[in-house]
Design a protein around this ligand. Structure first.
Ligand code: AGP
Length: 589
């Protein structure tokens, strides 16, 4: 979480920094700031609030100088205050630093530094400029000081530093937090994500753990001993305008409407790679899928597909818990890590542990060049373009599409499977048109309800979980999803008159039993919202879904639930793209 940016070029840095931070705001939006170097001084502005608010009260655009760094924050250490906003400075305000990650040993470092240094924030970050100050005061260059300071830090970080003593450069380094360098003829950037500067250049280099980059007129890469390393720029094929709203009020709506296209793009895979991975899965003694949040729900659907289409059983483990199973992970284990960002710290940590134990790692990732992609033995890319809304929507259906491809390949039915999968896309498009108004009305109708329950069975069970996650994440409403059969084992006690219960019940082999569970809630006064091809007398409200083969149902049941959450957020005055307390890329554990 947090986004960092750095710029060196032949024009004023500030306008580029502000524009880049706008593109990074999905990573954090509780405060923002930038620092530039000009006439032997660090010039800086920072404050709490979204970037737009900070720009409204401070002249970020007007900061002088052609070298600068910037930050959007998602608070980990210290409240959301101006003092805790980045950049942070040394005692003499000659050095400025922006940081993404967590310095785990900051308290020890701070205690040691406090006898000679004055701290003004509660953040872990502030130890970094003071450490750099120590080394520079002892005669080190900025890059030597950054290198030595980084060796003192425990935890994960990507940070960038500027100093008035070496005013033409930025030095940046990383460990376990992303950092990418971009460059064209006139300007160079470092950022947490290439999206930040994609409008300027798509030529990028990803930094490896421990590497440093010195950005000035030239770009130099150093290894963790300070020795120069050669790194080649490559082009990323994302287009910067994919990361703009293109006329929509919110990214989330744009991204929901892009889902059919996302599925089509996910199917564009190298068949040889698919076959190799499918064989790898079938031959593995033990297959574990690991992921967090929405990606984990895609994995739960994937588990059904592996089992139903290819008779291959596997387990799905929450990435934050995966490391505690490392005793059972060895060279006979195949780990499939699913993460749209490819930077989720819990996933990276679990995968690292599994690799240490000799496991093979496959991954499904959207962000090309992300940490997870680079540490995997084989990668399938979602290919759906950048997803900016914090709520995962199009990446979820893309992940499902990849699980379909793998499962059909494992069953030796890829061509038929592909044909059937692509036939679902127009059905999703038609269904959105059909349900759009209805879901707005439903969101209005339920706007005073603060507890929602979502139930389903079989392959749709994970969709109940996803529907509930979307609702709580962007509407701030309590919502729980569960297998319909679990209700009576406790949760039924919470159903009262008028409690909304969303019943996902396509007309398949789970229908009768799910309807029976819906009856149990109705008998306690529930307001039953049914998702099915046909209405049923028990439904107080009915959301129609297209009639598709049972294995494809998750693709059509999830979309109305995303829209219900979206309209509920709007009805309740929430910003669906930037829900409170959350960030898109969860790079802390
Ligand atoms: C989804 O709407 C959430 N924002 C969140 O649960 C997300 O899916 C999770 O943090 C995992 O992210 P990843 O796919 O980038 O690893």
């Amino acid at each position: 979480m947090c986004g960092i940016i750095g710029y060196v070029g032949d024009e004023a840095a500030a306008p580029f920094l502000v524009k880049a931070l706008k593109n990074l705001e999905y990573r954090g939006y509780d405060s923002a700031g930038i620092a530039t170097i000009c006439n032997g001084k660090v010039c800086a502005e920072k404050d709490v609030g979204k970037l737009e608010q900070v720009c409204g009260t401070h002249d970020l655009h007007g900061l002088p100088g052609n070298v600068g760094i910037g930050h959007v924050r998602w608070a980990t250490h210290g409240d959301v205050t101006q003092a805790n906003a980045h950049p942070h400075f040394d005692c003499k305000r000659q050095i400025a630093v922006v940081h993404n990650g967590i310095v785990e040993n900051y308290q020890d470092l701070r205690t040691a530094l406090e006898c000679n240094h004055r701290f003004v924030s509660q953040t872990d970050t502030e130890v970094i400029p003071h450490l750099i100050e120590e080394y520079m005061d002892a005669g080190a260059s900025l890059e030597q000081a950054v290198l030595q300071a980084s060796k003192q830090l425990k935890g994960c970080y990507a940070f960038a530093a500027v100093s008035v003593k070496e005013p033409d450069k930025i030095v940046a380094t990383r460990r376990e937090s992303p950092l990418v360098v971009g460059s064209n003829a006139h300007r160079s950037f470092i950022a947490s994500d290439a999206l930040a500067f994609l409008e300027e250049t798509n030529r990028v280099v990803f930094l490896e753990d421990g590497e440093l980059v010195v950005l000035s007129k030239d770009i130099t890469f150093l290894d963790n001993d300070g020795k120069p390393v050669k790194k080649d720029f490559k082009e990323v094929d994302w287009k910067w305008d994919q990361a703009t709203k293109q006329g929509y009020d919110y990214f989330m709506m744009k991204e929901i409407l892009e889902e059919p296209q996302a599925i089509r793009r996910a199917t564009m895979q190298d068949r040889k790679l698919l076959l190799e991975m499918a064989i790898g899965i079938l031959r593995s003694k033990q297959v574990v899928i690991t992921a967090c949040g929405t990606s984990r729900f895609a994995a739960l659907v994937g588990r059904y597909l592996f089992s139903r289409l290819a008779g291959k059983f596997c387990d799905v483990i929450m990435a934050s818990e995966f490391q505690y199973f490392s005793d059972s992970v060895d060279r006979n284990t195949l780990v499939i890590a699913v993460s749209q960002s490819g930077e989720t710290a819990d996933v990276i940590q679990g995968v690292k542990r599994a690799k240490e134990n000799g496991a093979t790692v496959y991954s499904m990732v959207n962000t090309v060049g992300s940490s997870l992609a680079r540490m995997s033995d084989s990668v399938l890319y979602l290919n759906c373009g950048p997803e900016i809304g914090v709520a995962a929507t199009k990446t979820f259906v893309s992940q499902l599409a990849l699980f379909y491809l793998l499962s059909f390949t494992m069953a030796n039915k890829l061509d038929d499977g592909l044909h059937d999968l692509l036939a679902i896309c127009p059905k999703i498009e038609e269904n959105v048109t059909k349900n759009n108004k209805k879901l707005q009305i439903l969101a209005q109708k339920t706007r005073d309800k603060n507890d929602f329950y979502y139930i389903a069975r079989g392959i749709n069970f994970a969709i109940a979980l996803e529907g509930a996650l979307k609702m709580k994440e962007i509407s701030y409403v309590h919502a729980e999803g569960m297998p319909a059969g679990e209700l009576k084992h406790g949760t039924l006690a919470l159903i009262e008159r008028g409690t909304p219960v969303v019943v996902v019940c396509p007309n398949d082999y789970t229908y009768e039993e799910t309807i029976a569970n819906a009856h149990e809630t109705k008998a306690r006064g529930a307001f039953v919202i049914g998702l099915s091809e046909e209405t049923h007398p028990i439904f107080d409200d009915w959301v129609v879904i297209p009639d598709v083969d049972e294995i494809f149902q998750p693709l059509v049941t999830v979309v109305p639930l995303q829209l219900l959450a979206y309209y509920s957020a709007l009805t309740r005055g929430r910003d669906p793209d930037k829900p409170r307390n959350l960030a898109k890329s969860v790079t802390v554990k």
